[in-house]
Design a protein around this ligand. Sequence first.
Ligand code: ATP
Length: 253
Amino acid sequence: MIRLDEVHKSFTVKDRKTRKPKRIDAVRGITLQVKPGEIYGLLGPNGAGKSTTLRMIASLMDPDAGRIEVCGLDTREKPEAVRACLGYLSTDMNVYGRFTPRELLRIFGEFQSVDPVVAERRGLHLLEKLDLADFADVKMEGFSSGQKQKVSIARALLHDPKVVIFDEPTTGLDVLTAKTVLDLLRIMRDEGRTVIVSTHVMPMVEEICDRVGIIFDGKLHGDAPPRDLLRSRNARSLDEVFFQLAAETEGGN
Ligand SMILES: Nc1ncnc2c1ncn2[C@@H]1O[C@H](COP(=O)(O)OP(=O)(O)OP(=O)(O)O)[C@@H](O)[C@H]1O
């Protein structure tokens, strides 16, 4: 279970022109819940606050205000226990080309205190599910971006996490590779895991997400099953809802 209650996060950066400190309100009061056995899709334009939200859920960053609970644990009070119960795929995963997938997964298994025999078995099982088992013993330096992404996904799921957080998992992947990743997310959901995924790819959201939330300007809009969202907005696609919200947000600013 993931629970966010009125979560806020700001950053202070230097304004490029004036060189004075400038505050960016990246997340402005987000409240949401994702249940076990559910895939929640987080949509939004560049810079909307999706990755910041996911990083806070993954307990890699504290909220300034509000509360986040993962697996019944407060991310601020128990960050290590939270990290042990979740698998996080970020947009900037590095796979270390000197290693093979099997070697990398062994190392990450040790980091996560997974029994080496279990880590080996589970790592190979994940590589098989991701159509990468034939490359388990090949050094990753020549891997394509899709192959590297698959290894990162196996690494994120190696410790059998109850909660799965994937930040833009299909960006840069061809349709076949993207389908393999989406199929794996469906399996995760069907196994009763809590899944949250951020994306720009609307058809993917309509296809696999049980509920979607759209972040604009750090705020959450339209938290509902995709079909209900389309009906309530009299829209034919999530793209259309996205454009409506963009127009409303601009109108309100
Ligand atoms: N560490 C940081 N320091 C300063 N500003 C940051 C930091 N992280 C994020 N931001 C700012 O917070 C805002 C939200 O960023 P975030 O990465 O969460 O957006 P996003 O919705 O994931 O965007 P994208 O789809 O482009 O990845 C942006 O204005 C970004 O520049």
